[in-house]
Design a protein around this ligand. Structure first.
Ligand code: NI
Length: 226
C-alpha cells in the first residue's frame, strides 16, 4: 500500500528546513547505505547527529505527530530519526531494497523497517528527473510530490530515484516499525478507519459507528505487536 500524506510540513516549516540546509554540511550519501545499495547510491546526505540534522529531524517528527493520516496509515511503534538527502544534476539512486533492520544512532535501539517514507522538501518544478520509482505487484509507480508532502510505502519494495537533469531534489527519508507488521493487515485497518471517519461525517451518530469502531480496536488488539 502506498499512501500520500499531504502537508506533513507546512510552507513555513519547509522554508525553515531549506534555510538550515543551505548552511548545513553535506556528506556522501553512502554513509548510511548497506552493501548492495552503496553500489548504486549517488547522492549527498546531512551527517547524522549534526546540529542541523537534529533540529530538522525534530521538525519532521513534530509534523508526523500532528498527522492523523500518518498515525492511521503507519500505526507507528518506532520512527527512525529522519535523514535528509540532496540529489544534484547527474545524481541518482539505482534499484535497491532498504535494510530490514536499522540501529537508531541516538539510542542504539534496533528498528525493523516495515515502512519507508520520503518527505519532499523541494517543489516538483525546481528539478527535472528525481522521481521516486516504487515497484509492487501492480508495476512501477513514479512519485514526485509538492514540498511538505510525504509518500509512505512498504519497505520491502524495490525502489530507485531517477537521475536528476536539472536543479536539486532535497528530501527527508526514514523508516517506521509499525505496531502491525503485515502490510495487508495494516491496509485493512487503515481502510476500516477511514470508512468509519467518513460514515461518522456523513451520518453523524449512526449506531454502526460504535460497532465498527469496536471491530477496529478489536482487530488492532489482535494484530499489534508492541
Ligand atoms: Ni531506499
Amino acid at each position: 500500500m502506498m499512501i500520500h500524506i499531504p502537508q506533513v510540513l507546512d510552507a513555513a516549516a519547509v522554508a525553515h528546513c531549506r534555510q538550515v540546509m543551505q548552511r548545513a554540511e553535506w556528506a556522501d550519501g553512502r554513509i548510511t547505505a548497506g552493501h548492495q545499495s552503496a553500489q548504486v547510491k549517488n547522492n549527498m546526505q546531512m551527517p547524522e547527529g549534526s546540529s542541523a540534522h537534529r533540529e530538522l529531524g525534530k521538525l519532521v517528527m513534530a509534523g508526523l505527530d500532528r498527522s492523523p493520516l500518518f498515525m492511521s496509515a503507519a500505526l507507528p511503534l518506532h520512527v527512525f530519526p529522519p535523514l535528509f538527502n540532496r540529489y544534484d544534476p547527474g545524481m541518482s539512486f539505482g534499484s535497491h531494497v532498504d535494510n530490514s533492520i536499522r540501529t537508531n544512532p541516538f539510542d542504539g535501539r534496533r528498528i525493523r523497517t516495515d515502512l519507508s517514507a520520503t518527505l519532499f522538501i523541494s517543489e516538483p518544478d525546481e528539478y527535472d528527473g528525481g522521481e521516486l520509482i516504487v515497484e509492487d505487484t501492480y508495476g512501477e509507480h513514479a512519485v514526485k510530490l509538492p514540498a511538505g508532502d510525504m509518500i509512505l510505502y512498504p519497505a520491502n519494495s524495490l525502489h530507485r530515484v531517477q537521475p536528476i537533469s536539472r536543479g536539486s531534489r532535497i528530501a527527508s527519508f526514514f523508516w517506521i516499525q509499525s505496531m502491525v507488521r503485515d502490510d495487508t493487515k495494516r491496509a485493512l485497518l487503515f481502510d476500516l478507519d477511514m470508512s468509519i471517519v467518513r460514515l461518522n461525517a456523513d451520518v453523524s451518530g449512526h449506531p454502526s459507528v460504535v460497532n465498527l469502531t469496536s471491530t477496529y480496536h478489536n482487530l488492532l488488539r489482535l494484530w499489534t505487536e508492541v
